[in-house]
Design a binder for this molecule. Structure first.
Ligand code: IMP
Length: 423
C-alpha cells in the first residue's frame, strides 16, 4: 500500500497543518517525519484555533492514528503543555498517539546551547526559534543523543547527567551571557518525561511496515519548508533536518518505492521568519499589507514574518527536489484587493538572467525579475467552488500550473477547514 507525503515548498508556514487536517479523513495514519517544536501547525474549525507543535495534525479526527516518527525531536516540556491543552477536546487523544522509540529528546541544556550559539553569532545569527533543535540534531549525528526508547532502560538518567554536564561546559565555552537555573529547568523536564512515559512507544518503522501490509493508508506530514532543508535550503539559514521528500524515508523508515502522491503546499505569495536571504521580500506598503491581512506572525515565536511576492524560481526548485505530484495553494484570499500582483519568474544573477535556483541568493547576487498580473477585488473567503473565482485569479493559477508543470488541486481561501476549494 502506498504512502502519500505532504510538505511545505517555501520557508515554512505555508499552512500544512490546515491541509493535513482537511485530508485526514482519507488516511488511517498521519505520521510526522522531522523537525520538532520549532513548528507551529495551526488548525481552525468550529470557531476554535489550535496550534500544534509536536503532535501530528490528524489528532482531531476520530479514527486516525497519529505517529511521531524517529526523525522528529521531542521536547517533553512542550509536549506536556500541548497534551494538556488538547485534553479538553477529548480524553482519547492520547490513545491515538504513538511515539517512535528512535525519536531524540530535546534536553533543557539543548535549548540553552541554542541560545548560547545564537548569541555568539552576533549579526550572523540564524534567527533560530531557540527550541534546542540544532543542538539536539547535532547530538543525534554526533551519536550522543538520548532517545525515547532510552527511557525504558535503567541507566538513562546517568546518560542524561553526563550529557547535561558536557553541555554546561560547552555553554561556558561560548563565553556569552546566558542566564539559567538548571534545577528549575530540570524539574519541568522530568515532569514532562513522566507524562511522556504514559504514552505509547513503538518501533515505528515496524508499525508502519505492518500497517502497509494490512492495506492501511498513510500520510507523512512534514514541518518547516523545503527552503529550510539542511541540504537544499538557504544554508546556513536553515533548520537542522531534511524537510524535503527524502526526509520522510529516513524520518519514518518508509522505502522510497512506497511513496505515491507528494502534495506540495505553498502560499500564493512568500513569507520567511528569521534571518537569511529572501529575493522577493517587500519593504513597502504591499509587504505590510500581506503581513496584516495574512496575519503573518509566527505560530511558535509570535515574530512578524517577512513578506514578499511569489518566487517561482524557488518554487520550481522545491517542486523538483521533492518530486511534487499535486500542488496546494494557500492564502489566495490575502491577495484580493491588490491592483497588480507580481511573480518572480527569473533572477538577474550577477548580471545574467537565470531561471534555476543558484548557490547564492543574497541581495548582492540576485535581483528578481517580475511578471505582472492584473489583481482582483472580490473577497474569496466565502467562495465554495472554482466557478466563483474571479478570472484574474484563474489566470494566476493557470500561469503557475503551466510554469510548474504540476496541477494545483486545492486552493485555500481562509483559515477554516471549510474554506478549502478542490479543483
Ligand atoms: P530552528 O529550526 O529553530 O533552529 O530555526 C532555524 C531557522 O528555521 C530559523 O530561521 C527559523 O525561523 C526557521 N524555522 C524553524 N521552524 C520554522 C517553522 O516551523 N516555520 C518557519 N520557519 C521556521
Amino acid at each position: 500500500m502506498a504512502v502519500d507525503l505532504l510538505l511545505g515548498l517555501q520557508w515554512g508556514d505555508e499552512g500544512k497543518g490546515k491541509i493535513v487536517d482537511v485530508l485526514t479523513s482519507n488516511y488511517n495514519i498521519i505520521a510526522r517525519f522531522q523537525g520538532g517544536p520549532n513548528a507551529g501547525h495551526t488548525l481552525e474549525f468550529d470557531g476554535i484555533k489550535h496550534v500544534l507543535h509536536t503532535i501530528p495534525s490528524g489528532i482531531f479526527h476520530k479514527d486516525a492514528v497519529n505517529l511521531v516518527g524517529n526523525g522528529v525531536v521531542i521536547d517533553p516540556v512542550i509536549l506536556k503543555k500541548e497534551l494538556e491543552n488538547l485534553e479538553k477536546f477529548g480524553s482519547d487523544l492520547k490513545d491515538k498517539l504513538l511515539i517512535s522509540r528512535k525519536a531524540h529528546l530535546i534536553l533543557p541544556t539543548h535549548r540553552l546551547l541554542d541560545a548560547a550559539s545564537e548569541a555568539s553569532k552576533g549579526k550572523a545569527k540564524i534567527g533560530s526559534t531557540l527550541k534546542g533543535i540544532g543542538p539536539t540534531y547535532m547530538d543525534k549525528t554526533g551519536r550522543n543523543g538520548i532517545r525515547v526508547g532510552d527511557l525504558e532502560m535503567a541507566d538513562w538518567k546517568e546518560k542524561y547527567r553526563n550529557l547535561a554536564n558536557k553541555h554546561e561546559e560547552m555553554i561556558n565555552f561560548y563565553d556569552v551571557d546566558v542566564q539559567y537555573d538548571l534545577d528549575e529547568l530540570e524539574t519541568e523536564f522530568f515532569k514532562g518525561i513522566e507524562l511522556l512515559e504514559t504514552l505509547k512507544f513503538t518501533d515505528s518503522e515496524e508499525y508502519l511496515h505492518q500497517a502497509q501490509k494490512q492495506g492501511k493508508t498513510i500520510l507523512a506530514e512534514g514541518a518547516q519548508g523545503s527552503l529550510l532543508d539542511i541540504d537544499f535550503g538557504t544554508y546556513p539559514f536553515v533548520t537542522s533536518s531534511n524537510t524535503t521528500a527524502a526526509g520522510a524515508c529516513t524520518g519514518l523508515g518508509i522505502a522510497p518505492t512506497k511513496i505515491q502522491e507528494v502534495f506540495g503546499v505553498f502560499k500564493a505569495y512568500t513569507t520567511r521568519v528569521g534571518s537569511g536571504p529572501f529575493p522577493t521580500e517587500l519593504f513597502d506598503e504591499d509587504g505590510e499589507r500581506m503581513g496584516r491581512v495574512g496575519h503573518e506572525f509566527g505560530a511558535t515565536t509570535g515574530r512578524s514574518r517577512r513578506c514578499g511576492w511569489l518566487d517561482l524560481v524557488a518554487l520550481k526548485y522545491a517542486v523538483q527536489v521533492n518530486g511534487v505530484t499535486q500542488l496546494i495553494m494557500m492564502k489566495a484570499d490575502v491577495l484580493s484587493g491588490f491592483d497588480t500582483i507580481k511573480v518572480c519568474t527569473a533572477y538577474n544573477y550577477r548580471g545574467q538572467e537565470i531561471t534555476h535556483f543558484p548557490y547564492n541568493i543574497e541581495a548582492e547576487n540576485v535581483t528578481p525579475i517580475y511578471k505582472h498580473f492584473e489583481g482582483w477585488n472580490q473577497d474569496l473567503t466565502g467562495m465554495t467552488e472554482v466557478s466563483q473565482f474571479p478570472k484574474q485569479l484563474e489566470a494566476y493559477i493557470s500561469f503557475l500550473e503551466q510554469e510548474l508543470e504540476v496541477p494545483i488541486k486545492i486552493v485555500s481561501v481562509g483559515p477554516d477547514r471549510k474554506q478549502t476549494i478542490f479543483r
